[in-house]
Structures are given as structure tokens and as C-alpha cells.
Design a protein around this ligand. Sequence first.
Ligand SMILES: [Zn+2]
Length: 133
Amino acid sequence: MVLRYKDNGQIIEIVIHVLMSNKESFEAGIVYLILSKNPEEALKSLAEFFHVETPRLSVGMPKRHMKDAGCYVSIKKTIFVSNRDNLYNPFVILHEFYHHLRTHNAKHLGTEKYANRFAEKYIEAYKKTASSI
Ligand SMILES: [Zn+2]
């Protein structure tokens, strides 16, 4: 996958690159969607890919989590982010999606370490794409 940029750094085109694996281009595409301010689309695509329900997304943290950038509340199937900036932060969105994924596919929420690794893997795929232009 190749991303093309305007002079100001804005992404204007996204092209699938045949040399990249489908999985990597999927991961890079998810990060691209979040960065281009389409986090709902990214969550929809992730949910389809993992065969789970699409989580809801909400700005403003529940009281107990005021200090965090994001959190996932399983009974509400909702990812909460602290502000609009974090709505477009791939690390926060992917980290919380991992917790959503774990509540569906396992009895526990997964560890913070694995949630971080999940998010980092997607961001790495995106960086690889961006640096291959
Ligand atoms: Zn977490």
C-alpha cells in the first residue's frame, strides 16, 4: 500500500501495494482511517475482520476513568475517549478495541501489555507503508 501526500503532509491518495501482505495492508489501512478522522469506519472494518460486534465510540470519560486517555466498558460495548484528539489517536482506539475483542472471544479483558502490542503492530504496519513511498 502506498500513501501519497500533499506538500502540507495531508494524505491525498492511498494505493494498495502488491508487495505488502494483505494483513499488513489491512492494518495500515485501519491506522489510516483513524488518522483521517474516520475512527467509526476503522472500528466497523476491525469488527468485520474479527467477526465481532462493532463497539460504540463516545467522547468523555466515565467518572472512575477521568485520568485515562481511553477506556472500554464491556457492559456498554463502548470505547470512551477523553477528548476529540484521542478519537483520532490510532494507539488509543486500537488499544481499546483489543479489550472489546477480548471480551467477545475470551472471558477476560486481556492484559494491558497485549493491548499495547496489538495497537503497536497496526501502527508499525502503517509506518512501514508510509516509509515505502
Ligand atoms: Zn487497556
